[in-house]
Design a binder for this molecule. Sequence first.
Ligand SMILES: [Zn+2]
Length: 145
Amino acid sequence: MIRYALECRDCESEFEAWFASSEAFEKQKDRHLIACPDCGGSDIRKQIMAPSVRPSEKSGASDPERVFGKLAAKARQHISENYDYVGDGFAEEARSMYYGERDSRPIWGETTTEERESLKEEGVPAAPLPPAFVPPKQDDKSKLN
Ligand SMILES: [Zn+2]
């Protein structure tokens, strides 16, 4: 048995019903054997599911892109305030911290694909930043200020 969340396309009422299988549901739907408990209509479809983002009173606040945008802004700010931008020196810095040649500190910067591969082989922890989390570079910032 399968339980489906259904909706009536006539009155938009939502209800649930049990079916022997998804085939049985399709057959009964095609033969208009499923009736809406509210209006008796037989134009029934399965409810469309959406990610369960808690709706907010303020319109648009539950929009995943907006939520992500806020998160990204926070991440950018956090990285910008707490991480040193080391530019092309990232692989070298990360490696010397890993081997204890330098004190560990949070850094971010760029690597070539080769550098990234060799860091990975050596087991040096480094993860790519999602583009949206990348803060403005520190020398860009000084230009802006
Ligand atoms: Zn209905």
